[in-house]
Design a protein around this ligand. Structure first.
Ligand code: IPD
Ligand code: CA
Length: 258
């Protein structure tokens, strides 16, 4: 089955089980985690289970790397899916309408398709390597902003050490923190934000893989904090820093972070 169509079916399955738990105490209940590296809430768990069931019945990949369960084998012939069943769980459970399902498909170590569904407003971002990025089927492009003092950016620094991003934060025109990285990367792709900078060192392949492809296919640039190629290990324990911009601002942002 075609990947985008399959993701739409998966998103519908997630919406059916997850949306009734949004903004409820039940959704926030802690459940037995399926792997050692995450604290899982009921909302995360039901969403992930719905995705796994769809992946298995359609044999959509060989391996799944997902935020709650870690790495599991699905049984398909090839390909790896990186999944965050709910990116922005805090938002979802606290009445903040900004949270998403993020699915990236990779072969031979390269992400070739990315799908991000905004579960609060129903928007769908999709990208295919070499074929562009789309919002609800319409091609998207990054912004043309080329001055930092005119830009709007989402900038995350380490919790108790925001010093490394303060200079940049003082320079941009609008500083926004929205709380769901997969969507924030897509917003850079769609030209709604001029950049997404995350220096916490906690972004993982499951959070970033799909949104990164949307951003770059829309004309954006994604790198590590020094401006070099960014690669994620294919597992959920290791986090990275990431700098995503519309392109024209990339070098300027990197200079500010030095
Ligand atoms: C959030 C997500 C999001 C990140 C936020 C986190 P949550 O965690 O990981 O991508 O940008 O800063 O708080 O809300 O899903 O537990
Ligand atoms: Ca998550």
């Amino acid at each position: 089955m075609e990947f985008e169509a399959a993701c739409r079916e998966i998103a519908a399955a997630v919406e059916e089980v997850a949306l009734p738990l949004v903004n409820t105490l039940e959704g926030a209940e802690l459940v037995e985690p399926r792997s050692v590296h995450s604290e899982t809430k009921l909302l995360d768990q039901v969403a992930e289970e719905a995705v796994i069931e769809c992946l298995k019945s359609r044999q959509l990949c060989r391996t799944l790397v997902s935020e709650e369960c870690g790495r599991i084998e699905i049984g398909g012939e090839r390909g790896t899916i990186f999944l965050d069943p709910i990116d922005g769980t805090f938002n979802a459970l606290n009445g903040i309408p900004f949270y998403a399902l993020s699915i990236a498909y990779a072969e031979e170590g390269r992400v070739i398709r990315g799908f991000v569904r905004d579960l609060a407003n129903g928007e769908t971002f999709f990208a295919e390597r070499g074929k562009g990025a789309f919002l609800d089927g319409v091609p998207i492009r990054t912004s043309i902003t080329h001055q930092l003092d005119q830009s709007a950016m989402s900038i995350y620094g380490r919790k108790f050490d925001p010093g490394n991003v303060m200079a940049l934060g003082r320079t941009v025109r609008r500083w926004r923190l929205l709380g769901a990285s997969a969507l924030e990367l897509c917003y850079v792709g769609a030209g709604r934000l001029d950049g997404f900078i995350d220096l916490r060192g906690t972004l993982r392949v499951t959070d970033a893989a799909a949104g990164m492809l949307v951003c770059t296919e829309a004309g954006g640039v994604v790198s590590d904090r020094n401006g070099f190629d960014l690669t994620f290990p294919e597992e959920v324990r290791i986090g990275r820093c990431l700098v995503a911009t519309n392109g024209p601002l990339h070098r300027k942002v990197i200079e500010y972070l030095r």
